[in-house]
Design a protein. Sequence first.
Length: 202
Amino acid sequence: MYILIYIEPYSERYVLGGSNKVLELTFEDGQSAIARLPFPLAGPSRLVTASEVATMNVMKNGLGVPTPAVLTWSPQAQSTPVGAEFILMEKAQGVRLDTIWEPIVADKQNGGCDKMSTISHNLAKIRAVFPALRLARFGSVYFKEDLEGLPHTTQVAADPAIADLFPEGFAIGPSVEWDLWRGERQSMDLDRGPCAYVVLII
């Protein structure tokens, strides 16, 4: 059993981000974890949370993209003492790029260019995996169990060659694209997917 002894904003810059409130939790054994609670303005909190966890699973376990492990989570606000949807995840190791980029750029005479090149190359390698990740339908990725009562399809991969990235248990459900939920659209009965062609929901 772990006892929580301290909570602090993970970052003054991101504590009130566009999509989540982010907190760093420190436990009595010295271990830390990151708690993320979605803002309602980011879209339907239940779907946003569920899709984010499923997507991180694909990134980490399917594509090998460095991604903090999800320790526990809940897309059902009423089912936990937290009283909100949340994701509790590992604290990423290392330093934030925005805290070191400017000094690297300014230090071009002492290897700064090489460091910039290495960082850019590593980021490009991660980005390069996404174009091949074509889904069979327009929508967002979920665990099938989180889509009970909602439209979904278990045909996830458009290309059989990448079907292994989505083992049994994954599904495509309604898109959590912000433009489909912003403002009054959140209360409208719209078809947000999954569908074969985006034009069907425009």
